[in-house]
Design a protein around this ligand. Sequence first.
Ligand SMILES: Cc1cc2nc3c(=O)[nH]c(=O)nc-3n(C[C@H](O)[C@H](O)[C@H](O)COP(=O)(O)OP(=O)(O)OC[C@H]3O[C@@H](n4cnc5c(N)ncnc54)[C@H](O)[C@@H]3O)c2cc1C
Length: 339
Amino acid sequence: MRTADVIIVGGGPAGSTAAWRLRRGGADVLVLDRDRFPRLKLCAGWITPEVVRDLEMDPATYPHRFLSFTRMHVHWKALHLPVPCIQHSIRRFEFDAWLLERSGATVVQHTVKQVRRVDGAYEIDGAFRAKYLVGAAGTRCPVYRSLLREANPRARELQTVTLEHELEYDWRDPDCHLWFFDQGLPGYAWYVPKQNGWLNVGIGGMAERLKMRGEDIKQHWSHFARLLGRRLAPRAALDPTGYSYYLRGGVDVVRVDNAFIAGDAVGLATRDLCEGIGPAVRSGARVAASILTGAAYRLEDVTGASLGGGLVTRLLDWSFTRGAVQDGRVAAAAVAGAN
Ligand SMILES: Cc1cc2nc3c(=O)[nH]c(=O)nc-3n(C[C@H](O)[C@H](O)[C@H](O)COP(=O)(O)OP(=O)(O)OC[C@H]3O[C@@H](n4cnc5c(N)ncnc54)[C@H](O)[C@@H]3O)c2cc1C
């Protein structure tokens, strides 16, 4: 049996941030991930200045693709609004591997199946044991499913469904573009260029509302691909892949005994722009602080809104979920069978 002070399941931004902070605090940390890094992670790879700050990244010395935008183009029907901003893009393939290596934690490739509490510690698949356990394995995190699902059920109204493709492409427009509610999509589509000839394009919407409309995300993708072909990415060979994750909901219970969950395992992406990297990083840091100092682990300062929580946030949130889930609280009826 391999032992450590802390076992972290999942080496994405939530897990690697927790590992990095814990290692810095002197803990013996083991990260288990089903994939060997660098690994593919479906994600537009748009990051905010807060993420750069929270990760103490220096863009000048970051060794991989890093592009900054000073303008974001928002499209809604015939309206086109160029919005000044400071935002960045990275490739998750590079970024996640860099973060995990920087953490200094021992990483073992292992797909976690069984999580058990034995004599006050946690045992994983009969092969790994630790006093503390962190579940950071995304939407289908086995720690969430084994230990926290009942106490923290997810609302199906907050489930997103996405299709995206990241490809080598000699883009011409260096700005980020977002198209909201095109063809009635309860969500948005994006064009996010990366440094040195890579591009991420994708589309995401609320799964339940698409279902109610009798629509499939693939129909929306076809429309979006035609739009890209006409304008920003002619002749790009697009072949998208899908993934699903949850927006911020009733997330009061994120710890039971010495087991914690962070990032997409909780369902922390923002309610306005579905941004999940920032909340993953910040929740991972909170978990580490809690293990190291005994501080309470709460999500109060993990943002649930990318755009500040004001009117625009509320309008986007309402447009995505139609107010089905109020104030991050989940009505009991709404969650029945949602897991
Ligand atoms: C198409 C798409 C576009 C997105 N675009 C953006 C964006 O531009 N900006 C943004 O901020 N957010 C974006 N998000 C959301 C963002 O990608 C996630 O919120 C973020 O990756 C969450 O990080 P995490 O560390 O919680 O989980 P993940 O990054 O998913 O990492 C989880 C890790 O757990 C591992 N794992 C899973 N199961 C097991 C298991 N059983 N055993 C061991 N390991 C396991 C996985 O291999 C993975 O490495 C996007 C999401 C999607 C799907």
